[in-house]
Design a protein around this ligand. Structure first.
Ligand SMILES: [Zn+2]
Length: 241
């Protein structure tokens, strides 16, 4: 198991950890701030510094083979880390913050467009959500509503509840726009005050004003019942399939 430090503090950038397992180009640590790819959000990048000062450039982070473990991937395959080695880690904060802004923005988009969400992805500076909708919403109207919502600068908060607590509060289940995954015992709910409540394990900004201005770049028809809404930060390059 890797302790997921980003769950407690999405704004922490540096940490220390110990090597739990390692193969060429890959290391699992006992704790990490690197978010592993999942829930539509890409894995973090950054740097791991060895005790002798050498730096390993982390190019991606994935869920490890062992349940609950996180694997940091790096290009230098000639370095195999020794178990128990203490490392210092630092995530690429500029990139992660853009991912957090876009990820949180997708929560808001799911509140602006009231329809079941069938898919989604977060990229660096851009993102998309797919909706089960027979008709396309009007692009300009969605963009206006979304930016108006962002300017309310509502706080984002978290709470953990057990599956039993969730079952005991049927009203809560009705409020959630996404059905929480079952079987983990505990569910983390992410609340954008007055806007959205849903289970999510990703990283989010503390207040939605941090997202800044967003542009709806395109609304595409993907099948009879599916509409793909693409959004980006002004000036960002956009390619995401
Ligand atoms: Zn989320």
């Amino acid at each position: 198991m890797t302790e997921l430090l980003f769950r407690d503090d999405a704004y922490a950038q540096a940490f220390e950890a110990e090597v739990v397992s390692a193969t060429p180009g890959r290391v699992v640590l006992d704790r990490t701030l690197f978010y592993p790819e999942g829930g539509g959000q890409p894995g973090d990048t950054g740097v791991l510094t060895l005790p002798d000062g050498r730096e390993l450039k982390v190019t991606d982070t994935r869920k490890g083979e062992a349940p609950g473990s996180v694997a940091h991937l790096f290009e230098d395959t000639s370095t195999v880390l020794v178990l128990g080695t203490r490392l210092a880690g630092r995530i690429d904060w500029q990139r992660r913050h853009r991912l957090m802004r876009m990820h949180t923005c997708l929560h808001l988009l799911s509140a602006v467009i009231v329809a079941p969400v069938t898919g989604g992805a977060v990229g660096d500076g851009y993102g998309r959500l797919d909706f089960d909708l027979p008709e396309s919403p009007e692009r300009g109207e969605v963009q206006e509503k979304l930016n108006a919502l962002i300017s309310r600068d509502a706080p984002v908060s978290f709470r953990w509840i057990t599956e039993a607590e969730l079952d005991a509060q049927p009203d809560l289940v009705k409020t959630l726009s996404v059905q929480p995954p079952r079987g983990a015992g505990k569910v983390r709910l992410v609340q954008v005050e007055g806007v959205d409540l849903q289970p999510c394990g990703g990283t989010h900004v503390a207040r939605i004003g941090e997202i800044g201005e967003v542009v709806i770049s395109k609304i595409e028809k993907k099948g009879k019942q599916n509409r793909r809404v693409r959004l980006e930060f002004p000036g960002a390059a956009t390619t995401i399939s």
